[in-house]
Design a protein around this ligand. Structure first.
Ligand code: ZN
Ligand code: ZN
Length: 243
């Protein structure tokens, strides 16, 4: 499936130059389906907390008050954009609309933005696995597709087959922070030790961070000593809701 798509998109790219998937203006060669103007308008959180990727109240700090009080199971978090229009609609197109072309755009953007500083710390990317039944139903793992293009952009390998989702967890959408953490307990299983010590978990959206925290704890037992959480987008969750 992946290879067929790759061949197709290469063949199509030879005849059709990249086109912006937001405004239909010309995209950016060789294969970014987004124009420079739309890329420049994507919502970013700057400066952001290096612990949870939420906007920082003070520009001279690295960690927000919440992260200073409660360090996470991962060592750093980074989100390329805010989970707002049009990033949210692109992610929905990828997750629920079966539009795999969006993965190239989102993955390439994540690789570009993360590459401006974050790439230095990690040796490989590890996408959040889907349970095999959900992946079979969707036809692909959106985090894996994003990681593939981000890794290609940054020259980083993508680790596959090291960890799996051992339980089919309920959709996190609509759950509060505590319910999310409870829903995910024991969801991931290490299959074999990691070949590197410094990894970045890759996912589409970070909301409370509970998925990445659960996965990070498992990766730690697999030999990871430095774990970052990279997502295309960060959804705003107020500390009052237990972020
Ligand atoms: Zn555009
Ligand atoms: Zn923080």
């Amino acid at each position: 499936m992946e290879r067929v798509y790759e061949h197709l998109s290469q063949a199509v790219g030879r005849f059709f130059p990249p086109t912006c998937m937001l405004c239909l203006d010309p995209g950016q060669p060789p294969a970014l389906d987004l124009c420079p103007a739309c890329q420049g308008d994507l919502p970013r959180d700057l400066p952001a907390c290096t612990g949870c990727a939420l906007p920082l109240p003070r520009a001279d700090a690295f960690l927000c008050p919440d992260c200073l009080q409660r360090p996470r199971a991962f060592d750093a978090a980074f989100a390329a954009y805010r989970y707002e229009f049009p990033v949210d609609s692109l992610i929905r197109r990828l997750k629920y609309g079966g539009d795999l072309a969006v993965a190239r755009v989102l993955g390439t953007l994540l690789g570009q933005v993360a590459g401006t500083g974050h790439a230095l710390h990690v040796q490989a990317l590890l996408p959040v696995p889907l349970h095999r039944r959900r992946e079979a139903a969707r036809g692909y793992n959106q985090a894996g597709e994003i990681a593939r293009f981000a890794g290609r952009q940054m020259g980083l390998p993508v680790l596959a087959g090291y960890v799996r989702r051992s339980r089919a967890t309920a959709e996190q959408v609509g759950l509060g922070a505590l319910e999310r953490a409870e829903n995910l307990r024991g969801a991931f299983e290490l299959l074999r030790p990691l070949p590197v010590e410094r990894v970045a978990i890759v996912d589409d959206v970070m909301t409370t961070g509970s998925t990445a925290e659960e996965l990070a704890a498992v990766l730690r037992t697999g030999g990871a000593s430095w774990i970052e959480c990279w997502t295309v987008a960060r959804a705003a969750v107020s500390p009052a809701r237990g972020a």
